[in-house]
Design a protein around this ligand. Structure first.
Ligand code: HEC
Ligand code: HEC
Ligand code: HEC
Ligand code: HEC
Ligand code: HEC
Length: 186
């Protein structure tokens, strides 16, 4: 386990030499203004488009991914084509550009997070990201601190919104979320 102590020493070293870096990742409430005013409360709320239709990798991979323009154009070839923001979108698509969306969530590099096991275990997007389907602009809902991760890992069955149907399907293994340092740091 000596790599763990090396890792801790490394972190203590960096955080004492750059005091300010200690708070990296604690940007709770962060809400950058996006280049195109994409509204989740309209798409995921009023029109109830499922999260996974756009964030297609969330149940398969480390990253949930932000959708590419062809997903938007599935609808916006016909919908709201008179709106300036949609014309901007279409023009970008035709030129082969992607939209430079600003990242809302960002963990420090020394933390390993993976969507797949969480989504597969039935932890809802909203447990971690809040009521996104009510947000006109997405903001960081949870503080993403180590304590936040561990609170749930120690008691995953108590995750407030863990989907009840899924919960019944979970095996003993799935009911335990690992707490060892190497789960999230390696
Ligand atoms: C029609 C497509 C679409 C749907 C449906 C959708 N999203 Fe998104 N989502 C986006 C786009 C585009 C962005 C990037 C722009 C932004 O941040 O608003 C995004 C950004 C996000 C982010 C912030 C990512 C970051 O940068 O950290 C989260 C979290 C998120 N979505 C969660 C959800 C959840 C949860 C749902 C379902 C309730 C959902 N989304 C439904 C398209 C979609
Ligand atoms: C257990 C908590 C948790 C759950 C459940 C969760 N996320 Fe995330 N999500 C995070 C964290 C933490 C990050 C930041 C990851 C990073 O910076 O490496 C993130 C980042 C994102 C991002 C931006 C970066 C990326 O991964 O592409 C999107 C989009 C996103 N989540 C969407 C979703 C959607 C949609 C769901 C449900 C299907 C979901 N998340 C479920 C915790 C969660
Ligand atoms: C399943 C269909 C569907 C998908 C996919 C979709 N949208 Fe929409 N979008 C709509 C509908 C419906 C409206 C409301 C149109 C109206 O009010 O006239 C809308 C409205 C909008 C508006 C507001 C236009 C305005 O100025 O009033 C923007 C911007 C937008 N969408 C961007 C996006 C982006 C970016 C994506 C891809 C990430 C996307 N949409 C994917 C159906 C969709
Ligand atoms: C709301 C509850 C919840 C939160 C918050 C949460 N997790 Fe988890 N996590 C789980 C559950 C449940 C599992 C077990 C899933 C399984 O066994 O398939 C898990 C599993 C994992 C795994 C996979 C372990 C493995 O090898 O199987 C990693 C890595 C992980 N979590 C990292 C994180 C990090 C990093 C954070 C904080 C940024 C976090 N988690 C926040 C519930 C949560
Ligand atoms: C479930 C995921 C998870 C587990 C397990 C975990 N950590 Fe962390 N750790 C994080 C996250 C997320 C951060 C970044 C946010 C923060 O600093 O609170 C972090 C940050 C840290 C930091 C930097 C703190 C700072 O203020 O800069 C140290 C040191 C650390 N972890 C050590 C450990 C040790 C030692 C263990 C085992 C006892 C451990 N971690 C287990 C998720 C985890």
């Amino acid at each position: 386990m000596s790599w763990v102590s090396l890792f801790v020493l490394f972190l203590i070293g960096t955080s004492s030499s750059f005091g300010g870096l200690e708070r990296i990742g604690y940007n709770q409430g962060y809400q950058p203004e996006q280049p195109i005013p994409f509204d989740h409360s309209l798409h995921a709320g009023r029109y109830q488009i499922p999260c996974l239709n756009c964030h297609v990798q969330a149940d398969k991979n480390r990253y949930a991914t932000v959708p590419s323009l062809n997903i938007c154009l599935n609808c916006h070839r016909n919908v709201a084509i008179d709106k300036p923001s949609i014309q901007k979108l279409t023009k970008a698509y035709e030129k082969g550009y992607s939209v430079p969306w600003l990242k809302v969530h960002l963990l420090p590099d020394f933390v390993m997070f993976n969507h797949q096991p969480h989504v597969k275990a039935g932890v809802k997007c909203q447990t971690c990201h809040g009521p996104v389907e009510e947000m006109r602009e997405v903001y960081q809902f949870s503080d993403l601190s180590m304590g936040w991760c561990l609170d749930c890992h120690r008691n995953p069955e108590k995750a407030r919104d863990l989907d009840w149907e899924k919960k019944k399907e979970l095996t003993e293994v799935h009911r335990k979320a690992p707490e060892s340092c190497g789960t999230c740091h390696y």
